[in-house]
Structure formats: structure tokens, C-alpha cells
Design a protein around this ligand. Sequence first.
Ligand code: PLP
Length: 417
Amino acid sequence: MPLKFPIYMDYHASTPVDPRALEAMLPYFSVHFGNAASRTHAFGWKADDAVEAARRQVAALIGASAKEIIFTSGATESNNLAIKGVASALRPKGNHIITLATEHKAVLDSCKHLQANGFAVTTLGVRPDGLVDLAAMRAAITDKTILISVMAANNEIGVLQPVREIGLMARDRGVVFHCDAVQALGKVPFDVNEIAVDLVSMTAHKMYGPKGVGALYVRKQNRKLELEPLIDGGGHERGLRAGTLNVPGIVGFGRAAQIAKADLESESERLRELRDRLLQRLLARVPDLHVNGSLEHRLPNSLNVSFPNVAGEALLVGIGDICVSAGSACASGSEEPPYVLKALNLDHDLARASIRFGLGRYTTEEEVDYAAGKVADVVHQLRQMTAERNLAQPDPPSPLASARQAPTWPNPAEPVQ
Ligand SMILES: *Cc1c(COP(=O)(O)O)cnc(C)c1O
């Protein structure tokens, strides 16, 4: 098959809707448009049936029961609801929360919000391989600790946190455990009863469902969890999340969850092979590259690498037809590398010269081979340019100077935006 450009390798940011999920959604925009809360007629019943079927599909993906699933607008909302909801409900019990420096902003900013409102937050650093230091976590728990929030898989570097150990530790100390499982779902097994977890954040658009719909798992089994809603209104979703349900979105999410569960093993195997192939091909031509985060404890579809002696901006411009996330492009115009890489204690320039590859359901071997070749070519060309410039002028220019020359790739005749 001929390659199609640009090549999408940013599946950690979002995924296309699987055609099977889209097909399931379509009738619920028009024919079956009813409000799932309408109890008095067939349009309402039809929508409600579809929502409940989707609830069972989403629950099945994580080994939960349907009653434990609350639909939301996505994982940002789920993280907010989990963290702020537990904090308000358990305020009489304690005010201390533990999280990690590498969590998603929706978690870190929810914690910051609470900190400004009288809560104490311990944000633990991570080891150089990106994993939590379990001994440090154990030591951080006090009598006032009410919540631990740690993600299953990191969205920047793909590392898998030891959520089972954290769950046991939390349960042992009577602390609620919230886990943002967005990146893990459909890629690695995640079962709420194998992991003693109380709250789990999910989102459809990172697992081949639509944007704007997600869920929060709220444990009912073995433990009655208290939670305060963020949104008040019509009492939808057990009073935890008011607002008319996004029926087509929820239907698509359900179907996407069903596919993710059915294909988990074969899909992760295929992705792992593609990811390993990408790394091998890069290493063969750039042996001094640096893998960010543990390779062993990692999502099968994820690779984050840094290239020494290369300017991050020039690298990103150079590989223009491959859509990835890069250390030089985190916040627009910012010189700062991503905070997750900073938390690994990575050297500033190395963190800026990083690329996050997120492979997915539609990634092909040809795309992987092209991407590896292209990235290696650009790294070599940039290093060559730097070497030539250093010969011509003894004072080394700033990395930004080489970025300005980068538009010679991919094609000097083509303007690069
Ligand atoms: C994308 C992402 C989120 C946010 O999810 P939205 O549904 O886009 O709000 C939260 N956590 C992680 C780990 C993510 O990757």
C-alpha cells in the first residue's frame, strides 16, 4: 500500500473513531434522538436502553458492574469529579492528598485548586525511569490522607505505574485510590478488582470512540464511596453528574469499549511489534538516542526518545510530514520542555529534542519504517550542519539559530509552515 501523508503517530493525543463505533452512533443523532431521561414515551425508552447497553460495555472493559459507571464529558471532567468530589465528601475525615509530578494536568490542577482551598497536597517526584517510588509513597501517607491519585499509564512517556501495589497500600491505610486509566485502556489489562481501585477516569476519544464523552468508575462493591457532585441539576447519573446525556457519544463509547476488550491481546501484540521495530530501526542509525522512561514497564504503543546534540525545534520542523508530539512544542512559544520530562531530571536540551511516538490501530509497518528513516535522516543532517558551522565559526551558535535554518527540509522548494 502506498504511504499516505501526513503520517499520524500521535495516538496518545487522540484517535480516529472506529468505523464500527461510528456506525453504532449514527441512528442516535436522528432516528433515535430521544432524551434518555424521558420516562413517558418510546423515544426516551429507546435512548435509555442504548445508554444502559453502553454502560454495560464500558463496565465490562474494566471488570466493573454497570451501576458503577457515571458518564461524563471526558477524562478532564472525570478527574475533576473524582478528586474534588472525594475531597469535599471526606473533608471531615482529613485534608491530605497524594499525587505524582507526572500526572495529567487535569489531576494536578484539580489538586492545586484544592490546595488553594485548605487541602494539603503531596506531589511526589518520580524515579529517573518515570516510575513512582513506592517507599516514598508509603512514607507520605498520614492519618489525614484521604486520597491517592496515580495514573495507570503516562500520556507523555508511556510508563506503567505499579497500580496494583498502590491500590493495596491505599486500601491497607483506608485511603481512597483514584486512577486515571485513559492511556491504559484497550492496551494493557485493567481490572478494578485485580487493582484495588476506587475511582477510574476514562475517555472515549483515546480508544477509538468520539470526543466529548468519558466516564468515571465509582466503586460500589466492598466499599461505599462518598462523592460530591460538581454539577447540580436534574439528578442524572445517580445524582453525581446532572445534564442531558450525550446519547450518540455514549453509544459510540460503548461500542469502542467492546472492541477494545475483544481485541486487546491481538492489538497490543501487533502494536508492541511495531513499536519495537521503530526503536530498533532508530537505534540502528542513531545509537546514542535516549529512551525516556522505563522500556520494561511501558504501554505497547508508546515510545518517547531524545536525540543528543540536536536542536528540538529543528528536529520537529525537519520531520514535518510525521505527526508526533515533541518536547520542543509543548506550550506554544514556550522554551520549557514538557513537565513530565523535567520530572525525569532530563537535561534541558535533551528534553527539548524529544519525540513522542504514539502508534495505533491504523499504523502500518511501512509507516513505521518511513518514520524511523526520516527521523534518522534529519538527526544526521542537523548534526552535520552543526559540525560544519562549528568548523566555520569557533563560537557555537544557539540551538535557535539552527532551528531557523531548518526549513531546508523536507523540500527546499516547499514553504514550511
Ligand atoms: C487525554 C487525557 C486526559 C484528558 O481527557 P479528555 O477526555 O480529553 O478531557 C486525561 N488524562 C490522560 C492521561 C490523558 O491522556
